[in-house]
Design a binder for this molecule. Sequence first.
Ligand code: CA
Length: 229
Amino acid sequence: MSRILIIEDEEAIADLERDYLELSDFEVKIENTGDKGLQTALAEDFDLIILDLMLPGMDGFEVCKRIRETKNLPILMVSAKKDDIDKIRGLGLGADDYMTKPFSPSELVARVKAHMARYDRLVGSAQKNNDMVEIRGIKIDKTARRVWINGEERNFTTKEFDLLTFLAENPNHVFTKEELFREIWDMDSIGDIATVTVHIKKIREKIEFDTSNPQYIETIWGVGYRFKV
Ligand code: CA
């Protein structure tokens, strides 16, 4: 079910928006101040945000800007004043659409649906074009250099990413530490095969449920490592 966050200080408006969106099978959460709204927007996952411009505390301009710094999702800004809408358009804060109050709830629902469909197309096509490696719960986007473990994104250093990707792309093949070092680190690198051990340990801490009983990268004693399929 798609989730929508409404950041709106006028309770009657927020409730009306929620009622109509729930009728269209959206799950809705309401926050009444800019500060709380921003906090919730950053802490949870939503598919779209409806953001009022005039809010107590942090206003909609600032909330929009701050959400945009980290999140990529449609933001629909609403304001009672037409002039404000023109102003926010000019500021280029990254809102996807603007509506002047009062608006009909059915128009709001129609716009919400249109923006979600557009984002689905964008995100869907981006993933299709990217070079992906997927093994069990691990998903590696080679193009964007991003990794998800059971749906949750984790951060990897450049070499950790290269090493994990190399092993995952060559599953069921035992590589010695020397081979891995040659493959991932260039000839001039300072370091030795102990670097490989250190990196394998770091990767395991990020991908394994239990590092003492690894389910992905196995140690083949006396030989090296193997990525299990
Ligand atoms: Ca308001």
